[in-house]
Design a protein around this ligand. Sequence first.
Ligand SMILES: Cc1ncc(COP(=O)(O)O)c(C=O)c1O
Length: 412
Amino acid sequence: MTSTHSLPTPTNPGPFGHKQRKNFFFPEGKTEFNHGSYGTFTRSVQENMLRWHNRVEENPDRWVRLDLKPALDNVRSQLAGFMNCDKDELALVQNTTEGVSTILRSLEFVPGDRILRISTGYVAVNKAVDYICDFRKDVEIVEVPMVMPMTDHEIVYQVEKTVQDHIAMKDGSSIKLAMIDWISSVPAIVHPIKALIDMLKSYGILVFVDGAHAIGQVPVDLTFLKADFFITNCHKWLYSVRGSAVLYVPKRYQKLIHPTAIQGDYKSSFELEFSWKGTMDYSTILSIEGALEFRQQYGEDAIIHYSHHLALQGGQIMAQILGTNVMTPHDHQVGNMVNVRLPIKDINHPKIETPDYLIRHLLDKYNLFAPSYKHGGYFWTRVSSQIYLELQDFVHLGNVWKEVIADLNAEL
Ligand SMILES: Cc1ncc(COP(=O)(O)O)c(C=O)c1O
């Protein structure tokens, strides 16, 4: 591990900051503040993807019949090293949405089973839980209400209290599975994941971690975490091309789990079932190799340290410009995404209620975007930090939001 003294910081970015722009695709004048939604990749990663893409066309039979599986295997080995697990516990999928449905639709839920989820869970994930409950008799949701900010202790307490309240009802039902976020989307909060997993498992509940934002943003050690299931997008913070994610299924559950689209290898082995998803382009998934190569040049510690500290300092600068605050005073609950309060006088302002108004306004007038949302009675923006950003970008975004909100307030 590198000493933290020598790591790049927002005031001493070293190889990071605007120097990195050349490695990415942003044209002059475009600054990206929403890496968290879809990620982006470097030029070297795209080259890596194109190499795979071209190789297929040169000899499709050789590729599909002989070379594809070893190539996927190699990526799984690299990811296993990166996340400290066995490569045979990993399946490559296209995104978290697919990974979540893979597990939820494979598990057997019987009458009386309950699925615990958190109110701040990602909408598609929560809908996937809705779907399971809609199509199973007497399978219901137990939802944990969560309003941030909360300390780690309060988060664990709130989830545990919901479990205990459920048990106290003594209605014959029991919580079979809990879906929990490692880093939630909005608000963006790094949850005390290990404490949550341990607590939930102590009640005999299976734990499925939605780690869509985890890999590349926080160190991931799956052997330490001991989650029952885990999914993470590589196309968000790891820098692989969109459509690349990895699902973790420990061997003890593998016989139960099948891909969402069943193919000819059904019931052969976990590895074979997930090594072919029907005819498609596998180059996005394989670009994970290029992403890991790019990261190695700079070092994981350096990338994570810089982006995290830029999020912390950038968030404070924006809050100062706006005369507001960041959502959580707990720095370790911030990864690379920071939530900054927007000083709108009326959170039900008609333009905020108008679908797409702020998206168009920010993109058309300012050529930038950061998502905004209501939470806990306030209006917030979520800003993503990255190695290609600097503090001055946060100053710019703070001033843009100040102007946008002042215009909205003037209309009231
Ligand atoms: C917490 C969380 N879970 C799941 C997802 C879904 O990821 P994807 O669209 O790549 O499937 C997202 C996407 O932003 C997310 O933020």
